[in-house]
Design a protein around this ligand. Structure first.
Ligand code: LMR
Length: 339
């Protein structure tokens, strides 16, 4: 869709939202447009398709879910606007993309080396912090339904990245999070915020030198074909919040919302089951392709990365909230003094 066409869709949607209190309900069946930016063959892509199938089955066809993958409908920033205007009903943006919405506390998930594994992460998303973050979305006209995993990030570039010093001066594409900006600066890199759909071309043409993402995103966007080295740095987590337009969701009849909640619960279990395997397989596929060399860090090298990036926790404490960070440290057992 061209930029102009997207704009007019947004304009039409806002006009519709003004004239009808619950526009999507006027249709039969009720349509849920679910827009996302990654390939279908990724943890999020597969979970979105799974949700569609379950939602249509459990509502016996009274709801139709249209999934638009790979930024075919909207790019990162536009999809947030579209959700608030009611042009789409459901999204699953990464937790790093809530800052521009005014919910900067979500950037807590971007703090480098905060989580050692998925179990620690789930303690936070399934606990009071996860709930309190969703509460913050309501004043923006959004309801948070679930957290879906992707995985732990690798760092890629056209030079081998073994020590944090190797990052010096590299232009690195990041998502919209200020925590990620600080993380890249902590190792001397030059962060550039950019929509996901633009990353492959930016890497190919040298607009940026490198990037970070879990292997499933790297592989399905073919970034490994334009990056010579991939470092298994595991320096941060990338996952999603599945969100819906509040007015739409609350306007649904109870006998429709309940099966949709059940479908979401099942899709969440599925998403979180497949995420690690999908990323392991994607990494294997990158290895097999022979296009990128995969670098495993020694324990000493990994320690140096952690040491270099840890200061970001303090630097970003005011932005995220000191109490929130302390609460997460307590839930995960993270001890900043051990570095
Ligand atoms: C990115 O922009 O790198 C990711 O957030 C894409 C995604 O949705 O996984």
């Amino acid at each position: 869709m061209t930029r102009l066409a997207r704009r007019s869709v947004l304009a039409l949607a806002s006009a519709a939202a003004l004239s009808l209190s619950v526009p999507a309900l006027a249709q039969s069946p009720i349509v849920i447009k679910f827009s996302h930016v990654v390939a279908q063959d990724t943890p999020k892509g597969k979970a979105a398709d799974f949700f569609k199938q379950k939602a249509e089955e459990l509502t016996k066809g009274r709801v139709k879910v249209e999934v638009y993958p790979n930024s075919t409908l909207y790019k990162d920033k536009e999809e947030m606007e579209a959700l608030q205007l009611g042009a789409v009903q459901m999204l699953a943006p990464s937790l790093a993309k809530f800052g521009p919405l005014g919910a900067k506390e979500f950037e807590l998930f971007d703090l480098p080396y905060l989580f050692d594994d998925y179990d620690q992460l789930h303690k936070v998303t399934n606990g009071p912090v996860g709930k309190s973050l969703f509460k913050k979305l309501e004043s923006k006209g959004i309801i948070g339904l679930a957290y879906w995993d992707n995985g732990f990030k690798v760092m890629s570039a056209n030079k081998p990245l073994r020590n944090p010093e190797d990052m010096k001066g590299l232009k690195m594409r990041i998502q919209s999070s200020n925590v990620l900006d600080a993380q890249m600066r902590a190792v001397g890199a030059l962060p550039q915020k950019m929509a996901f759909s633009e990353v492959y071309q930016a890497l190919q043409t040298g607009v940026v030198d490198g990037t970070e993402n879990p292997p499933s995103n790297l592989y399905t966007q073919k970034m490994h074909e334009v990056q010579k080295y991939v470092t298994l740095s595991d320096h941060g987590y990338l996952g999603y919040a599945v969100i819906v337009n509040k007015k739409f969701w609350e306007g649904l009849p109870a006998d429709i919302r309940k099966p949709l909640e059940d479908a979401m619960e099942q899709a969440t279990r599925y998403a979180n089951q497949i995420a690690k395997v999908e990323n392991d397989q994607a990494l294997e596929a990158v290895r097999k392709s022979g296009k990128s060399e995969i670098i495993t860090l020694t324990p000493e090298q990994k320690k140096a990365w952690k040491k270099a990036m840890l200061k970001v926790h303090d630097q970003m404490a005011d932005r995220i909230g000191k109490d929130l960070i302390q609460q997460v440290y307590k839930e995960t057992g993270f001890d900043p003094k051990k570095f």
